[in-house]
Design a protein around this ligand. Sequence first.
Ligand code: HEM
Length: 528
Amino acid sequence: MSKKLLTDSVTNLNKFFIPIIRHSTSALSSTEESTCPHIHEIQNAKPYSEIPGPKPLPILGNTWRLLPIIGQYDISDVAKLSQLFYEQYGKIMKLSGLVGRPDLLFVYDPDEIEKIYRNEGPTPFRPSMPCLVKYKSEVRKEFFGDVGGVVGVHGEPWKNFRSKVQRPILQLSTVKKYIGPIEDVTNYFIKRMLEMKDDKNEMPADFDNEIHKWSLECIGRVSLDARLGCLDPDLPPDSEPQKIIDAAKYALRNVAILELKFPFWRYFPTSVWTNYVKNMDYFIEVCMKHIDAAMERLQSKTVTNESDLSLVERILASEPDPKTAYILALDLILVGIDTISMAVCSILYQLSIRPEEQEKMYEELKRLMPDPETPLTSSLLNEMSYLKSFVKEVLRMYSTVIGNGRTLQQDTIIQGYHVPKGIQVVFPTLVTGSMAEFVSEPEKFLPERWMKHSGENFKLHPYASLPYGHGARMCLGRRFADLEIQVLLAKLIRSFKLEYHYDPLEYKVTFMYAPEGDLKLRMLPRKQ
Ligand code: HEM
């Protein structure tokens, strides 16, 4: 890749490093007075201006480099670019002079990343999707009011909302309740896969769409207490499930377009923006309808024990204003569908091109479930250590979300430089997860490196590969994401062998980092 391309594309970078988490207009100003506690360290540190990076031009900064190629730049190069930045500049580099936004600081050092996470304080600031921020805080301000949810919300409002929902969502006892329901959805999905396969036993070219429907159905079951019916074949265009699928596709696919192209929608309503708003409104309508129904069911239910309640009911029981449940469902659906769908595409593709590893997973599943129809339980899932390690290894080598980030809320020393507050620090997970200094033999696909009793002593820095982020703002759907992936793999790989017989697929960043192209997986039944 040319150096020009490298520098040309800088302004778009954060959009892909933190795909579900874009920059907000309210980033702290680097000129505000510092509240840094380590004044003596700061006095001895090298100045921020000495951090390497492409030099911005006077007045025009670095953003001008993007102008001639608006709409043409191949965003899928962003993953390679991150690696190039590291190779060219080392463990810390900055992109400054970006018009209308704070600098981006790339940190390729898990020790420093650990330090930043540990010092992030009670209200970590993660730059967030500007179009969602505008939708929540301006377009539908009356609806959201001061209950903005978690995505694109910061400070006390974020903390208040997160503290209301975090316990039930991340509690293992809640998640366990969904093993059966997710298994039902997944059994139905596998049945649909069998109906979908062609005479070569291959999935259709747009199999990734079907995976999206499965994830939508799973998220609906969790966040709306409803079976939405998205997996049913031949849905009429005006049916609710088809409209939900269309709205999800529109809202997710166009986030990239809205934020990639010059953002005219910030100044006047373009047609993509108007449709985005319409689709978001439809999502809210669907969320309200299903949550209201859950509320009615709850009111007529005699509850003796909290553990009898679903996630939605727990939220409704503790927060009688259903708005919290509406908005939580909206946030979970918006950030949950694409992340998990693309992760599943990547995991199934890796399984299909790695027969040896797939066989190990199959052997583990056969041992744990001699009868393939054995219902899944949490203790069975706990024992699937190879399966879980395989997933971790895919996320290390092909991290679906290629990076995370934090806006510094206080001056910080990073790699010996004094970095002022307000700077957006990018943690390029995809690169740090493959740095030989922190991970043994990073170029090798070795699920065993994650297994406690593998007998080998692998080096693995705990902050090198954090696909779900970390700390107080860590992925809220993480436990459900893990559960959904585990259930799908356990059911599918126990009974079928996956193969792939075409040219290798290249990984690209569209919105997430995933294999691009037709996912024509071959699905062959195993002898029982
Ligand atoms: C493999 C799939 C997934 C990956 C790789 C992933 C990754 C991430 C990452 C990196 C973050 C930022 C965390 C941080 O700032 O430290 C995040 C946040 C979030 N994720 Fe996920 N995620 C996945 C699936 C899901 C699912 C299925 C849901 C919903 C059910 C979900 C809901 C959320 C929410 C609501 C946030 C924002 C949390 C906050 O700001 O307080 N994610 N995710």
